[in-house]
Write a protein that binds this ligand. Structure first.
Ligand SMILES: [Zn+2]
Length: 229
């Protein structure tokens, strides 16, 4: 199994190449050509994607899902998110709402905070074995960043966790350093899910923003968080 990081202007997507190819997350709506280009650079055509897993309903993770689905890629997402995805409406707190007011208006102008609505082909309830999608792993509910957030837990001790945590503050360096995502709905729940994943043996965390986070940095960060609370 190989996991390719697809680095987009605001977020990461990941291309998992196992028996088949699976995409995790779909960038902003403006990222389509770059997303397709990087997928093709990995030697994969859109028609050879077994599916796209959306970790959560934020504009920088679902932006191209509608176009991918039009190209024949099945959309895999939480069953709880069917309506918000169909309506093209973000869930929970958003970065925009948390931004200081002097930043908000310029962010509103520059960020495409809406995304085209998309139907869910494979709704996930609790957990989904990815065997039929050609990947040794599963999709699991990991609530915290949003109530319906999902992670892709892979057999090689890696997990794509969306925005459960991020590398660097707002993606700024040092991008290897774990941090809470500022728009997370529930920090405590995020921390709890991260600890559960560590107990299950996850060593590498593929996050929506910043670098891939390694266990030793995460463990130190968790210890610091606990000692401050
Ligand atoms: Zn998010």
């Amino acid at each position: 199994m190989r996991i390719h990081r697809i680095s987009l202007p605001l977020s990461n997507a990941f291309l998992i190449c196992d028996r088949k190819n699976l995409l995790v997350d779909a960038g902003c709506r403006t990222d389509l050509s770059e997303l397709v280009k990087q997928i093709e650079n990995c030697g994969v055509r859109l028609k050879n994607l077994a599916g796209v897993v959306l970790t959560h309903v934020h504009f920088d993770h679902c932006g191209c899902a509608s176009e991918l689905r039009k190209a024949g890629v099945p959309v895999i997402a939480s069953s709880q998110s069917r309506k918000s995805l169909s309506d093209g409406v973000q869930e929970g707190k958003t970065l925009l709402n948390k931004a200081p007011s002097f930043l908000r208006s310029s962010l509103q102008r520059t960020l495409p905070s809406a995304f085209p609505g998309v139907e869910v082909d494979v709704p996930v309830v609790d957990s989904l074995d990815l065997h039929d999608f050609g990947v040794d792993g599963r999709v699991a509910e990991t609530p915290g960043h949003t109530e319906a957030s999902l992670s892709v837990i892979l057999a090689n001790n890696a997990a794509c966790v969306g925005d459960l945590l991020m590398g660097g503050v707002l993606g700024l360096p040092p991008a290897w350093k774990p941090a809470q995502h500022p728009s997370s709905a529930d920090f405590i729940a995020c921390l709890d899910q991260i600890q559960r994943l560590r107990k299950r043996g996850i060593e590498s965390f593929y996050v929506g923003h910043g670098d891939v986070l390694e266990a030793r940095h995460i463990d130190r960060w968790i210890a610091n968080q606990s000692s401050h609370s």
